[in-house]
Design a protein. Sequence first.
Length: 608
Amino acid sequence: MQPILRIDLSTGRTEKYLVPEEWEHNFLGGASLAARMLYDVLTPDLDPLSPKAEILFLTGPLSGTAGPTAGRFVICAKSPATGLWGESHIGGFWGTELRKAGYDGVWITGKAEKPVYLVVDDDQVNLYPASHLWGMDTYQIQDAIRSEIGKKNARVAGIGQAGENMINFASIMCDHGRVAGRTGMGAVLGSKNLKAIAVIGSGIVPVHDAKAFSQHRTQINKNLRNDNLSRTLRELGTGGGAEYFDYLGSMPKRGFSTGSMDNIEAISGSSLTEKHLVGVSACHGCVVACGRVVNHHVKSTRQKGPEYETMVGFGPNLWLRDMNFIIDMNDLCDRFGMDTISVSNTIGFAFRLFELGYLTKKDTNGLILEWGDQHAVETLVWQIGQNSGFGKLLSKGARALGQQFGAEDLAIQVNGLEVPYHDPRGVSGMALVYATSPRGACHNQSDYFFVEIGQADEELGIHFFNRLGGAEKAGNVARHQDWRTVFNSLVICLFGNVPPNELVNLLNQSISFELTLDEMLLIGERGWNMKRVVNNRLGLTRENDRLPRPLLEPLEDGGAVGHTIEMEVMLKAYYRARGWDWDTGYPTPEKLKALNLGFAVKDLWPAD
């Protein structure tokens, strides 16, 4: 690996850190390696918004290589939203530029006395004052920094007002709306008075066998371009499956409280494409190009269009069908720099509490929260982004809102992270995915809903089970999580639908390893358990592996009507497949030692 740039914002001191070779072999890169690198500093008493907290921007061995969907990097720290492992992936071109500058990561600690931004220009590393940039949105800051440093080709990752205000689900954004949205990494930057990081690189991304890699990568990308999933994503975006997810009963509506909605076809990738799309956008070297570019309905300006989660979050979840409004809320959240899933979920929960009588106009400063009221939704988005009014409470997330009004068990969240828009009552494997994800409810640690609709992979040993099945699919879910952990180590996009052995061969050509598919899966399992160990040290136990009460109750209509999730039975089968102890929720000492994680035994099992 190339060095990691370490910088202490309190002192301005920088140094180059070399990752131990053993860690490279055990974790490859990305989020799994980040968990190992941060393991010693992620302690229960660490305030994630304190100067002592550390945040790590890290790439992987395929980042920036123009391999399949490899224009990505990951940002990791202790999450201010959950108090657990924080991990957020982001695309665009920033990660590629960092590797071209000669670094595989940026490791930040401390706090600047006043707002600053960091510029990495090959070997030149400098901090510049940013007080005059404080308050700018996530698009404005990119243009302003490029202009100030006189580098039009600089790639800038920065925060908006939400990060400055350190709200729990503040995001970091770069390029054309590429967002590290989940777990509050933007709040961590804000707490350090770090507005943005700009990178400029003039080097070449290192590849072990460049000739063989280039030929193989070209063929893989050609095949990927013609893959059915890739074509759907390119033509319809991530919303291409919306109508089918609705048919299955996995598209949430009205705060996850109902299963059907009239005229739901208005919320889909096909509707967005037909009525609004004017172009597509792609990350570095990506042939899929799932990003949407739309024409604003009033300003006639081109801007980023919403993906599936945002469509549903500001659509059916809030009992709305107006795509123009969804486009506006997507842009507003991006400019504030905050996660559209957590924002829309928390607003939906507030509407639900108002409907059930837990909230009144007195609590909302006179605002009436009625399903389908666009004015109320937009007002709350502005308040959350500015950390003002009733939005100041909502900015703490759904769990905190529920705690405030005695309804925590109704909040649609797991361990402090709001549930995305794939209702497990329609695709039951997602129940285990949400309950056991290392960062709270997350669909990107395992997008198992794709397996539920037929995307099994016998080469990986991932089989197809009934989408409403139970314990019989627990081992399958674990296997899928391990494979996605490999993706998060490489670091590549989940949409890189490449045959597994082809991906293994490509990796071996990019680095000087000779891995097999089984060894890759073992690295994935090790990474998954590494994050589990981090969370166990932070206080997570089996009691945390659960779903909110509303998701355990059957829907009265829709494609999953009457289905109930057998959570405990599924979880017991999952623990057996994982080799985790049922009483504690910890990986057993035997499992840890088998995965080369024996260093953690003394922390979790001191008697052993």
